[in-house]
Design a protein around this ligand. Structure first.
Ligand code: NAI
Length: 468
């Protein structure tokens, strides 16, 4: 029975504020464990990942890949001519993918008997959330526990005004009706590199500006360098170690000035310098929740400074990845249900940038490993020696790091589709396998996955298709 407006709802076990990856994962798992759950969402269940992030951008990347396949067809002895990209049709395909998943998700939420309140929630105590419903009424939900999962939005820097026309964020970039002729992208993290990859395939002139010395600067340096080389070959220009100074409108688009005076002209500036937490004016601090630079502080079990309040996803200062949100949501639901839970090992989270080529990694980089006192040994297997990579025409490498006489501590890959290979590397690092143990495992021939086996064979001192 629906609750009448303006009256308190019956107390539920869990109220979830925000229906993105972290929030809905917690809601689904909590309901599965027998809890009564209300989830509050002001937009659409699925959040950034489904509607403005992971899913639509990967659909764009697949259209971009299709362009490349057609352009390179002659290399494989197939005659075909690339004509053009029909962006409205690309958007239709992308939206259809999102819509299908959205339908599936809402069905799942309904089947678990989770009540979704369409409106904007505000924390009013450690056990209650007030919701401004779409029809103008308000409703207070009382709960044994509150989960904050309000996510993140693109951030900017002082003096860099996003006008959503010429100076845009990834949200705007997903809704564009035409392909820009030229773009400057500020920031070479996952968002910057993925859009650079899409737009270049669609025919735009692309320049990436990154303040740090490398593309994807948090990755292993050798992975960054391979991506830089591949992007250069694709004609993606790079201004590395370059700091943004200002952007001004021109008749045609924008003029971006870098520190030192260099200017870049383009139709658009995409700002991709990170995402900031959504925690302002939501009653968090008033309820006693400790914030740090806007992020909600939590312990290893995602519990905030208020014992009846937890927080997950992009709102907390852990890796801003959908799969991390899922894991944190599940952890909270299971903890509340009284199950034994283990804190998340964030080093063991796989990371993938879905550009062409892809960059994937899990575990530590050499730099971080050495900072933590490891004596590191490594082996790199060049994809040039891998049969399937040759067949597909992709370049790249798999690098494995291990502690001397110890287990594998990091795997770093570059190449087409290596995002699909990182799952094995994740098992290797998280189960602390020794290089010699992995070397015993037989990989199917000819697959790209052999490159993972070959890198471990090399590290175990018995390289097969690579030089010792
Ligand atoms: P990011 O934090 O990953 O990268 C931003 C980059 O901008 C950094 O390399 C930084 O050094 C640079 N930067 C910052 N200020 C600058 C300035 N003034 N001038 C030049 N460069 C500057 O942020 P991004 O790419 O916007 O992504 C946001 C979040 O979303 C990240 O946590 C990312 O991991 C996540 N995400 C993950 C994806 C994936 O897993 N495939 C895809 C898209 C986003």
């Amino acid at each position: 029975m629906t609750q009448p407006a303006d009256t308190p709802a019956a107390r539920v076990d869990l109220v979830v504020l925000g229906g993105g990856s972290g929030g809905y994962a917690a809601a689904l798992r909590a309901a599965e464990l027998g809890m009564t759950v209300v989830m509050i969402e002001k937009d659409k269940v699925g959040g950034t990942c489904l509607h403005r992030g992971c899913i639509p951008t990967k659909a764009l990347l697949h259209s971009a890949e299709t362009v490349e396949v057609i352009k390179e067809a002659a290399q494989f002895g197939v005659n075909g001519t690339f004509e053009s990209v029909d962006l409205p049709a690309v958007n239709k395909y992308k939206d259809k993918v999102v819509e299908g998943l959205y339908k599936g998700l809402t069905g799942l939420v309904k089947s678990r008997k989770i009540e979704v309140l369409q409106g904007t929630g505000r924390l009013t105590s450690g056990t209650s959330v007030e919701v401004a419903l779409e029809d103008g009424s308000t409703r207070t939900v009382e709960a044994g526990h509150v989960l904050l999962a309000t996510g993140s939005v693109p951030r900017s820097i002082p003096g860099l005004e996003i006008d959503h026309q010429r100076v845009i964020t990834s949200d705007d970039a997903l809704g564009m009706g035409s392909i820009p002729g030229s773009v400057v992208i500020l920031g070479a993290g996952a968002i910057g590199c993925e859009f650079a990859s899409v737009w270049r395939s669609f025919g735009a002139e692309v320049t990436i500006v990154e303040a740090l010395p490398h593309l994807v600067p948090l990755e292993e340096e050798s992975s960054s360098k391979l991506l830089e080389r591949a992007f250069r070959k694709r004609g993606i220009k790079q201004e590395l170690g370059a700091r943004f100074e200002k952007v001004e409108p021109t008749d045609e688009g924008v003029r971006v000035t870098l520190e030192g005076g260099k200017t870049l002209e383009a139709d658009l500036l995409l700002v991709a310098i990170g995402r900031g937490p959504v925690s302002k004016d939501l009653g968090y601090e008033q309820a006693g929740v400790t914030l740090n630079r806007g992020f909600v502080e939590v312990d290893a079990y995602c519990q905030t400074s208020v014992p009846t309040i937890s927080a997950v996803g992009d709102l907390i200062p852990t890796l801003q990845l959908a799969h991390v949100g899922f894991a944190e949501g599940i952890l909270v639901a299971e903890r509340l249900a009284g199950l034994a839970v283990t804190p998340i090992d964030y080093d063991g989270v796989p990371r993938v940038t879905y550009s062409s080529p892809e960059v994937a990694s899990v575990g530590l980089t050499r730099k971080v490993a050495e900072e933590r006192g490891y004596e590191v040994v490594e082996a790199t297997y060049d994809l040039a020696g891998n049969g399937k990579a040759r067949i597909l025409g992709t370049a790249g490498a798999v690098k494995v790091l291990a502690s001397k006489d110890g287990p594998v501590i990091g795997v770093h890959m570059v190449g087409e589709r290596v995002g699909e290979l990182i799952a094995e590397a994740q098992l290797i690092t998280n189960w602390e396998a020794l290089p010699g143990e992995v070397a015993q495992l037989i990989h199917p021939h000819p697959t790209m996955s052999e490159a993972v086996g070959e890198a471990h064979l090399a590290l175990a001192g018995k390289p097969l298709h690579s030089h010792s």
